[in-house]
Design a protein around this ligand. Structure first.
Ligand SMILES: Cc1cc2nc3c(=O)[nH]c(=O)nc-3n(C[C@H](O)[C@H](O)[C@H](O)COP(=O)(O)O)c2cc1C
Length: 336
């Protein structure tokens, strides 16, 4: 038996690639979905026609379900309405929303048959999204990379949100970058892990190579939380980034440098990254990252029962990072 949200999303392992504007395009989403997780297109800055184009490109690359991520406050009301219309027509499996009040959006997406998730940073926001009918809540801890909605660390936020919205499935976001992090989130009662920064450092992400190298070089305490200018977001929105190494005119801009951006810009930006960045040592294909997060042993293509089968006390396969502890997914302790 898989968890409710895995069944709804029709995926095999409880790993969800976060929607990431600029860096999460069709190749990354398809690679994650083809590997058994849920890939996501980060569409905050895309117009309706561009969203349709990305959805079609992704469908050419995978038969598996994937999601589209929108941020209502990014493009403003008119821009958002156009984006949403494209999504409602194209009907990807999942729509995830972040930053704002989704009270009227969630029922429309659900009426179109789209599984709808809301990323939140506080218990109050989680309760509002649950009341609006969200199929799942994404609890984003303060550790997270990119824009950060709340002020509470994941370890404290997740149980509080689970309690507040039970029996709704809750995904855990922020600082998760390896299989032990996923296992810890599941152990706390999360229905899955929503992972961003780790997937930026993959072959398929649209991130600039300089950005990927910065993620590999950075340690756990290299990120800072700030409020300032970030491209495409309301001024003053809070975010977590790695500041540039040298003084640069671009350092006051938070962003995710993309392929094709000038090197000086990529070097100079404050680059989105979560506190799990210290666990990133390489830039592999996304399928390899997915396998690691899901606890699949290198050299095998089998999904470990512990991450596929819910409610059991099933031994995971060996852990190359060394914990060797059994992973198990307890039933949500707060939704009984
Ligand atoms: C490069 C980058 C871009 C992001 N862009 C978005 C976005 O467009 N929409 C969104 O809902 N979240 C966005 N996020 C936040 C993620 O959804 C998620 O909360 C975060 O990545 C989780 O923390 P982690 O990066 O430590 O895994 C972004 C994160 C990163 C790292």
């Amino acid at each position: 038996m898989t968890s409710t949200i895995e069944s709804l999303c029709d995926i095999q392992v409880p790993v969800y690639q976060a929607g990431m504007g600029g860096v999460g395009g069709p190749k990354l989403a398809a690679a994650v979905s083809n590997a058994g997780g849920l890939g996501h297109l980060g569409c905050i800055r895309r117009g309706a026609a561009q969203i349709r184009d990305w959805i079609r490109q992704t469908r050419d690359l995978t038969d598996r379900p994937f999601g589209v991520n929108l941020v209502p406050k990014g493009p403003g009301p008119d821009g958002f309405e156009a984006q949403l219309s494209a999504v409602l027509e194209e009907r990807p499996k999942v729509l995830s929303l972040f930053w704002g009040d989704f009270g009227t959006v969630i029922p429309r997406a659900k009426a179109a048959g789209i599984v709808t998730m809301a990323q939140i940073g506080s218990v109050a926001e989680a309760e509002r999204a649950a009341a609006a009918g969200a199929d799942a809540i994404i609890a984003q801890g303060f550790e997270a990379g990119g824009h950060v909605g709340g002020t509470v660390g994941l370890m404290a936020l997740l149980p509080a949100v689970l309690r507040a919205v039970a029996p709704l499935p809750v995904l855990a976001a922020g600082g998760i970058a390896d299989r032990d992090g996923v296992a810890a989130a599941l152990h706390l009662g999360a229905a899955g892990a929503w992972v961003g920064t780790r997937f930026v450092a993959t072959a398929e992400s649209l991130a600039h190579d300089i950005y990927k190298r910065r993620l590999v070089a950075a340690g756990a305490d290299d990120t800072v939380h700030g409020h300032g200018y970030s491209y495409g977001w309301p001024l003053g929105s809070a975010y977590r980034v790695i500041p540039p190494r040298r003084r640069s005119p671009y350092r006051f801009i938070a962003g995710g440098a993309r392929r094709g951006d000038r090197d000086a810009y990529a070097e100079g930006l404050s680059l989105y990254a979560g506190q799990g960045v210290g666990l990133i040592d390489d830039v592999p294909p996304a399928a390899r990252v997915l396998a690691d997060l899901a606890g699949i042993d290198p050299g095998t293509d089998r999904y470990p029962d512990a991450l596929v089968v819910g409610g059991g006390d099933v031994q995971a396969q060996g852990d190359q990072r060394g914990s060797g502890q059994p992973l198990h997914r307890p039933a949500n302790p707060r939704s009984a």
